[in-house]
Design a protein around this ligand. Structure first.
Ligand SMILES: Cc1cc2nc3c(=O)[nH]c(=O)nc-3n(C[C@H](O)[C@H](O)[C@H](O)COP(=O)(O)OP(=O)(O)OC[C@H]3O[C@@H](n4cnc5c(N)ncnc54)[C@H](O)[C@@H]3O)c2cc1C
Length: 583
């Protein structure tokens, strides 16, 4: 099998907010650097940064502060975040939003006095979410994309990264193996620094919000390389994903929480409002509580025809709803539902992974030359991500990674010699399905989606997690027996489906293992057999590495390096009035 070889100074995998910001910052730091962006989709058209609706958290108002944003992030994350990372996020968001406006050219919504308009979001004690109407991500990604196009950065589009390649002498990372999805060509890109910015994405769940190109490939690659993944049990579910049936990709997509914030009702299949049975805040409780309430109704069989619950807005006046939520009304209408005047079926949907690779405040990882940023990373959000902290996270740490990589590359002389045996191994692993009898991987992906939803989902216990782990082990074996029918490598989507399922099964196993180890309930992780939060002072995080073929788990103490449980950096309450809502 012929392998094409390229050399670059910095290789960036993924082109969401993290990848694009990294490219721009590295280029700004040193315009002579040769920078290559490689992405599974098209630059500016894939990943989740583009999908951001609600907005971007940043403390700008004189009444707000970095300390307040930080405390909300720590409290929202149930004291599990790595505090120096959370602080870096809140601190750097201030300069990043100014950069987005003044250098990148984003237009955000403004108040009559010219200041940025900032709205209320869940879990926040101050209205600090900057936005561009409800299409914030498109504004950010389009402007970033234009800057990158103008910046003389190499682009490898529709290129899938499959393996990180170490140096022959073990001194660090030497580059990455890619498949050019259009031609099927294998490419090894040698680089002095590599950034993982592939955006994780919990698309192994039956209902999910992220873009289909995200299948946890980067996490699987880093695990395979020997890096530790932390907090992987923390998968956030958004309470109201559209339920349009199994035949539409619209199923699982978000119906924004503003609907509940505005006074929308959730009704079970019998037409009864049920959220007040679970929480005094009713539909306005936080997203984990509402997701669990809906899930309980579903488990009890009190469901709509397609197996979810209804969201009802008509009592607020159909005209008012249509005027206030035009995008949501249109999304529902496209699927045959009348949001303004009728009822729409909804279901909780997997939205975001708080867990990811262990990384540092300068975006470095434990491997020299390997950096990480964005949703691939763990530790920033702990047990829960606040709405608006996701895109702040990817752009803040993407920029930091660009600065760090430019500085790092200046200290590195030559490219490291690659371990050729790992390049060969990468090809053999990717070619594996061509050596097996052809069979669709769709059934396996369906089985995976149901196992993760039923056994490793919104509510878990020892028995369900054990069952889930056993099934996942079967899927890990089964995928190796599934072959790809068409021998052609050009745009062979069956092959890429196979590779997607393989990454998803691997990372699902990590999630299940971490969830079984955490014997308490915090934020997004709810154990029916351990329903209380546990002692905050002795909080530990889960850390999982691959050793040989086995996953090894360690529970490590959280370092309260800035503030201890029971203390605060601010006066007054932390967190949000329960009427505040989020994306
Ligand atoms: C519907 C929706 C709404 C959201 N709304 C908000 C919001 O209002 N506020 C907020 O803060 N956050 C929001 N988020 C979360 C936010 O979008 C993400 O946290 C953030 O944008 C992730 O940025 P990223 O750069 O890490 O990854 P992404 O932007 O997802 O980019 C990942 C990139 O990696 C590429 N990639 C994946 N695998 C490979 C591979 N094997 N090889 C090469 N490339 C690969 C992808 O194609 C993509 O280009 C929302 C998410 C969703 C799904």
């Amino acid at each position: 099998m012929m392998i094409e070889r390229h050399e670059t100074d910095i290789l960036i995998l993924g082109t969401g907010g993290a990848g694009l910001f990294a490219a721009l910052h590295a280029k700004q730091a040193n315009p002579d650097l040769d920078i290559t962006l490689a992405v599974k989709g098209l630059v500016g058209k894939c990943g989740c940064t583009r999908m951001v609706q609600g907005g971007y958290n940043v403390a700008l108002n004189p009444g707000d502060s970095i300390e307040r944003h930080f405390m909300d992030t720590i409290a929202g994350g149930k004291w599990l975040p790595r505090q120096d990372l959370a602080w870096r996020l809140c601190e750097t968001a201030v300069e990043r939003i100014q950069e987005l406006e003044n250098e990148i050219g984003c237009f955000f919504d403004r108040n009559p006095d010219g200041t940025l308009h900032q709205k209320a979001f869940a879990g926040q004690s101050f209205d600090r979410t900057a936005h561009k109407s409800d299409l914030t991500g498109i504004e950010i990604i389009n402007r970033l994309m234009e800057k990158v196009w103008a910046a003389r950065v190499n682009r490898l589009e529709e290129h899938r990264a499959i393996k990180l390649i170490p140096a022959k002498d073990g001194s660090g990372v030497a580059g990455a193996m890619l498949i050019d999805m259009r031609s099927g060509q294998y490419r090894f890109v040698a680089a002095k620094a590599v950034l993982m910015a592939t955006g994780a994405g919990p698309t192994m769940y039956r209902y999910h919000t992220p873009s289909g190109d995200k299948t946890c490939d980067g996490l699987a690659m880093m695990l395979d390389y020997g890096l530790a993944l932390r907090d992987m049990e923390m998968v956030q579910f958004h309470p109201t994903g559209l339920l349009g049936g199994d035949d539409t990709r619209m199923t699982g997509t978000v119906l924004e929480e503003g609907l509940r914030g505005a006074g929308g009702y959730l009704l079970n299949g019998a037409g009864e409002r049920f959220m007040l049975d679970y929480d005094p805040a009713g539909e306005r409780a936080t997203r984990d509580i509402v997701s669990r309430g809906i899930y309980e109704e579903m488990r009890a069989g009190r469901t709509t025809p397609m197996g979810g619950v209804y969201i009802a807005m008509a009592h607020l006046g159909p005209d008012h709803v249509a005027k206030t939520f035009p995008g949501m009304v249109k999304r529902c209408r496209d699927c045959g539902f009348d949001l303004a005047g009728g009822q729409v079926e909804v279901v909780p949907t997997a939205h975001y992974m708080m867990g990811g690779v262990e990384f540092n405040t300068d975006a470095s990882t434990a491997v020299p030359g390997l950096f990480a940023a964005g949703e691939d990373c763990g530790g920033v959000h702990g047990a829960n991500r606040l709405g608006g902290n996701g895109v702040a996270n990817s752009t803040v740490f993407g920029g930091i990674a660009g600065d760090s990589m430019a500085a790092y590359v200046a200290t590195v002389g030559q490219h490291r010699d690659a371990d050729e045996s790992m390049i060969t191994a990468a090809v053999m692993e990717a070619e594996h399905p061509f050596s097996k009898p052809a069979q669709s991987s769709h059934e396996l992906r369906d089985a995976l989606a149901h196992t993760m939803w039923d056994d490793v989902g919104i509510m878990r216990d020892e028995a369900s997690l054990k069952r889930g782990e056993a099934r996942l082990q079967e899927y890990a074996s089964a995928i190796m027996d599934i072959g790809v029918a068409d021998g052609a490598r050009e745009f062979n989507l069956t092959w890429h489906d196979w590779l997607n399922v393989k990454s998803l099964v691997t990372i699902s196993q990590v999630i299940a293992k971490a969830a079984r180890a955490r014997e308490d309930s915090r934020g997004a992780h709810f154990r029916e057999d351990f329903p209380t939060t546990g002692d905050l002072e002795t909080t530990k995080f889960t850390s999982i590495s691959q050793v040989g073929d086995a996953l090894e788990l360690t529970l490590k103490p959280v370092d309260f390096s800035i503030v201890k449980p029971g203390e605060s950096l601010i006066e007054g309450p932390i967190g949000a009035p329960s009427s505040h809502v989020a994306e």
